[in-house]
Design a binder for this molecule. Structure first.
Ligand code: FAD
Length: 391
């Protein structure tokens, strides 16, 4: 059961930073800030495992090139840089995390071969040249069998995107929780926070995902459904994406013969259990990749909503005072979180240290930021001259 909402006043701040929302972003931001020797408190409405977050349900594929099929250049660049950061983050965490950089295999059934040129065109249009260089290898049926013996003869054409990765989402959440404890972050699990009763801190970083809707009215949820199955004996060694005109899905092998099969994309903030149609589509897709999935055991069918802004981009929104909102990570949270969180941490530190006191300083900061397209000033809060000026 959830504890009552926080009611501490913002005056008499006892910590430097209050991070609200302990899903993926909140944990990373709090852990990074604590690593810089700052006093940090984190407030999460759910438990320490992270079961209330989109991050708990995600497949955690780190596939900037494959995602270029639907994502723009900013996202693929954030993803490519973040992919290089994950091993360093994981090496610093006090618990092990399954991380793999063994590529993505993209395949299609003969009847869906018309999808392949469309997919390739979108990748070439949306991905930076350095990702495409040696990153998109055409495979014959024989080469598919060599790369992924489990698929033995089932597909006659495909692509290998050799530089892509994936990790275990729940291990990351657990390891970050342990990392927060190790770095002395004051963690308040099972503690929802309302906008009208923010905890005392010099700077607040709002990482509530979809829970930030009251503060970010254009935020919306895009429902995603996944299945987790146990399938010993199949032995896929990397995520496999299946091109399909109606339900492009993936099968991501984790440790111990666990597979995450995902994910649907449905407009709306429906958090109800997985529908029969979605379960059929997910499980049929896996079965069509490998009939061995017919004997798999269904461990979970899960649904969650991806926090999404109208332009499908992540955003760092400053309210012109003490609060930075980090949101809109949509379907790319794991893929881009290291860079987004680092940018948020740099800004939060500058805010706390008094370097960003007005709109001019904000504009200057944004102009010089590594990912300047992420930054926005919230004009709905004209508390002072800062928020009145366009940025
Ligand atoms: C089905 C599915 C599959 C996905 N697959 C992938 C993938 O393969 N690769 C990838 O990169 N990304 C994937 N994602 C996307 C990824 O999960 C999200 O982008 C990411 O979790 C967003 O991180 P976040 O911290 O902003 O939000 P969340 O992870 O949702 O965390 C927000 C946290 O805030 C807490 N909170 C909310 N309101 C309050 C409040 N009032 N007070 C205190 N706490 C509050 C919530 O409990 C939650 O823990 C997937 C998502 C889904 C749903």
């Amino acid at each position: 059961m959830n504890a009552p909402a926080m009611s501490a006043s913002r005056s008499g701040a006892s910590t430097d930073f209050a991070v609200i929302g302990g899903g993926l972003c909140g944990r990373l931001v709090a852990w990074r800030l604590a690593g810089k020797g700052r006093r940090v408190a984190l407030y999460e409405r759910g438990d320490a495992a992270g079961t209330q977050s989109a991050a708990w349900v995600a497949a955690a594929m780190l596939a900037p090139l494959a995602e270029a099929a639907s994502a723009e250049l900013l996202i693929t660049r954030l993803g490519a840089t973040s992919l290089d950061s994950w091993p360093h983050i994981i090496a610093e965490l006090p618990e092990p995390v399954f991380f793999q950089r063994n590529g993505t295999l993209v395949v299609w059934h003969h009847s869906d071969r018309g999808e392949a040129p469309l997919f390739e065109r979108r990748l070439r249009a949306n991905a930076p040249a350095e990702l495409l260089d040696g990153g998109l290898l055409t495979l014959s049926g024989v080469q598919i069998n060599a790369a992924e013996p489990a698929l033995g003869g089932r597909f006659t054409q495909g692509w290998l995107l050799p530089h892509e990765g994936q990790l275990d989402n729940r291990q990351v959440l657990a390891a970050l929780a342990a990392g927060l404890a190790e770095r002395g972050v004051q963690t308040h699990w099972n503690t929802p926070v309302d906008d009208c009763a923010l905890p005392a801190a010099h700077v607040t970083i709002d990482c509530r995902g979809l829970g930030a809707k009251p503060a970010l009215p254009t935020l919306r949820g895009i429902r995603g459904e996944v299945a987790r199955v146990h399938a010993p004996g199949i032995g896929l060694v990397r995520p496999v994406r299946l091109l399909h005109p109606r339900y492009p899905l993936y099968v991501a092998p984790k440790q111990n013969d666990l597979y995450v099969i995902g994910a649907t994309e449905v407009e709306g903030e429906d958090m109800s259990p997985v529908s029969v149609r979605s379960a059929l589509e997910l499980l049929s897709a896996a079965f069509s990749v490998h009939p061995g999935f017919g004997e798999a055991r269904i461990l979970e069918l899960n649904s969650q909503c991806r926090p999404t802004l109208p332009d499908h981009r992540p955003a760092l929104v400053w309210d012109g005072a003490q609060t930075l909102r980090v949101n809109g990570l949509y379907r790319h949270g794991y893929m881009i979180a290291p860079e987004v969180a680092d940018e948020a941490v740099r800004f939060a530190l500058a805010l706390a240290d008094g370097q960003i006191a007005d709109a001019d300083a904000f504009a200057d900061w944004r102009d010089h930021a590594r990912w300047n397209e992420l930054f926005h000033l919230d004009h709905r809060n004209p508390r002072d001259s800062v928020a009145r000026e366009p940025a």
